[in-house]
Design a protein around this ligand. Structure first.
Ligand SMILES: NC(=O)c1ccc[n+]([C@@H]2O[C@H](COP(=O)([O-])OP(=O)(O)OC[C@H]3O[C@@H](n4cnc5c(N)ncnc54)[C@H](O)[C@@H]3O)[C@@H](O)[C@H]2O)c1
Length: 357
């Protein structure tokens, strides 16, 4: 097992990573569930695979766990689903001391986390992520949200979990396309922060796609260590945390243009990272060889490296709706080398036109 910690003073919490940990959830989480009462939030797909072992483990630790299922899919990451979940919590007479346990991908984690942030002004919350994307990204860092028809993740709160428990075995049942989409975020960590990890990924991508347990645990642990380190110094994204948005400004525009769910988030981020690398190269900041290595690794992961054609005005409009806009200016995360990202607010429109055209 790889134990990590997100260092946020009295809101610090552990991230435990290891194959088979779901069966030890009661033992590991038990000490953090003082009220002995938990409500598991999941969806029918994930529950069909992984609810029974989680419930059994919690029961062995003397924790009574009720279950609330929400519908599957990004389209249901909505105010209506949140409202229904809050209604169920009231019907079940959940208390502030009750622990909400999110068992699922980023959609379940983001909605359950937001419900935990606002139910009775904040209840306890544990993340058990079951997609690669959620294991390396969304379960760590305390961002919670639902989508609004006018914008993705626009309604939300920062609410850190009490613990994150990651069992790479859960990925055995994940569709291959979702594994590849999660790999996009893993590659992102190497690209922005850790050249050695990027090199390791180049050597291990085939094993990761084949779901080799040791390779997965290593990739998840390094990713979580990088994210935890960044969150610890910039919890509310006033500086360094923005680097985690590498590829996301372009990616969110692709997702919005294509309709959420047609392109997976990780696929859009992959194409966005390739575009950001080409933009970095065009500005003279990134060597052509580094752009080629990033594009090659994304392609070997089965990910897209180009966006669907869109007029420049449409790109600009969609990117201007992104949360990463500050004082009306779009800020781009660019690379100076593999392993070193910077923020740029001064990107010329002809450079943008050249890489988006
Ligand atoms: N909070 C954050 O910091 C943060 C960061 C990145 C992304 N996100 C959000 O995460 C969401 C995307 O998350 P996602 O990629 O995990 O998508 P998801 O939650 O929709 O899961 C993808 C699909 O896989 C299924 N699934 C989940 N685990 C499974 C398993 N073990 N076996 C079989 N099927 C399984 C789900 O039911 C779903 O159909 C987006 O809404 C995005 O905005 C949040």
């Amino acid at each position: 097992m790889t134990p990590l910690n997100v260092a946020l003073g009295e809101r610090s919490y552990p991230i435990d990573i290891g194959a088979g940990l779901l069966d030890r959830a009661g033992e590991l989480l038990g000490p953090r569930i003082a009220s002995r009462r938990a409500i598991i939030v999941s969806n029918p797909v994930v529950a069909g695979h992984w609810l029974a072992p989680l419930r059994a483990s919690l029961a062995r630790a003397g924790i009574d766990a009720q279950v609330v299922l929400i519908p599957d899919g990004e389209a249901h990451k909505s105010w209506d689903t949140l409202h229904d979940l809050l209604t169920r919590l009231l019907e079940l007479q959940a208390e502030r001391s009750t622990t909400l346990v999110a068992l699922g991908g980023g959609v379940v984690g983001d909605i359950a986390g937001f419900a935990a942030a606002i139910y009775q002004r904040g209840m306890r919350f544990v993340q058990i992520p079951t997609t690669l994307l959620a294991q390396v990204d969304s379960s760590v860092g305390g961002k919670t949200a639902v989508n609004h028809p006018l914008g993705k993740n626009m309604i939300g709160a920062f609410h850190q979990p009490d613990a994150v428990l990651i069992d790479p075995d859960c990925l055995r049942t994940l569709p291959a396309r979702e594994v590849a989409a999660g790999l996009a975020e893993v590659i992102k960590y190497g690209a922005i922060r850790d050249a050695a990890f990027f090199g390791w990924l180049e050597g291990h991508v085939d094993r990761l796609l084949a779901r080799d347990p040791a390779a997965l645990e290593e990739a998840i642990a390094v990713s979580c260590r990088i994210k935890a380190g960044i969150v610890a110094v910039d919890e509310r994204e006033s500086g360094e945390r923005a680097l985690l948005n590498f590829g996301h400004t372009f990616g969110h525009a692709i997702e919005a243009a294509q309709g959420y769910g047609n392109w997976l988030h990780g696929e859009a981020v992959a194409a966005g990272m390739a575009i950001a690398a080409r933009l970095s190269q065009r500005r003279g900041a990134l060597a052509a060889g580094d752009t080629a290595r990033l594009v090659d690794l994304l392609q070997r992961s089965g990910l897209p490296v180009a966006a669907p054609a869109m007029p420049l005005e449409r790109w600009l409009k969609l990117m201007a709706q992104d949360k990463k806009v500050a004082d009306g200016a779009i800020r781009f995360v660019l690379l100076e080398a593999l392993g070193w990202a910077v923020i740029a607010g001064d990107v010329a429109s002809d450079d943008l036109a050249a890489v988006l055209g």
